[in-house]
Write a new protein. Structure first.
Length: 226
């Protein structure tokens, strides 16, 4: 008989070792980590313990993720409350950026709007923006995260010479990022977050939360545009 034949026989006769219990104590298998011989029962116990540890690790990770999501949701509510409480249109951009940095512990944040109402033209966020930056924003379907490679948006930040990574969030009025149609691709501004930490906004990080930030900022700032 071949080894495969024995394996198939045992799989079809799961009660084999119940009928021949003496074999369990006689069979010796190598320890998966130490190399010494152990019984089949001991090997099964080790496998079960390892599976339990794996499951415990997964549960712990799920709990951590849940706690992190809850904490992030609480911060989001605090930030939204500050936007809703600001009734002065001229102060809204500064409030949005200040609370964003404070609540989410973001070192640097900047903003530009290229369709600002005439009465708000003196605001910092209404300063001219290069046409390439506007085109880049219009082409973005999700926020960009990565190294600061000379983006114009990085120049909107304080101490921009030390900023190593950035997150660029296009601002649009209307639907969610993933649900937008071709008719809603035009942007009215861009929000930029920056950090001196080279790993803060890395290219492989998820952008789902940043998308929510961009959507909420868009909804709050839309009233400042024409």
């Amino acid at each position: 008989m071949q080894a495969q034949d024995i394996a198939q026989y045992l799989s079809r006769h799961s009660d084999f070792f119940e009928q021949h219990p003496q074999l369990l104590s006689q069979m010796q298998l190598p320890h998966p980590h130490e190399g010494q011989a152990i019984s089949l029962v001991e090997r099964q116990s080790l496998m079960l313990r390892e599976r339990v540890k794996t499951l415990e690790s997964r549960v712990a990770e799920m709990v951590r993720n849940g706690q992190e999501n809850d904490a992030m949701a609480d911060k989001l509510i605090v930030w939204i409350r500050s936007l809703l409480s600001e009734t002065n249109d001229a102060l809204l951009p500064a409030t949005l950026l200040g609370e964003l940095k404070n609540v989410f512990d973001v070192p640097y944040a900047g903003l530009r709007l290229w369709r600002t109402r005439p009465d708000l033209a003196v605001l910092d966020c209404a300063q001219p923006v290069d046409s390439d930056t506007v085109s880049f924003a219009n082409s973005m379907r999700v926020p960009f995260c990565g190294s600061n490679v000379g983006f114009e948006a990085a120049s909107w930040l304080e101490h921009n010479g030390t900023v190593q990574t950035v997150a660029l969030l296009p601002l649009r009025a209307g639907a969610l990022f993933e649900a937008q149609s071709e008719a809603s691709t035009e942007t009215f501004g861009m929000l930029v977050l920056g950090s001196t930490d080279p790993d803060r906004f890395h290219s492989s990080m998820g952008t789902a939360f940043l998308e929510r930030i961009g959507e909420l900022a868009s909804a709050a700032l839309a009233r400042l545009t024409v």
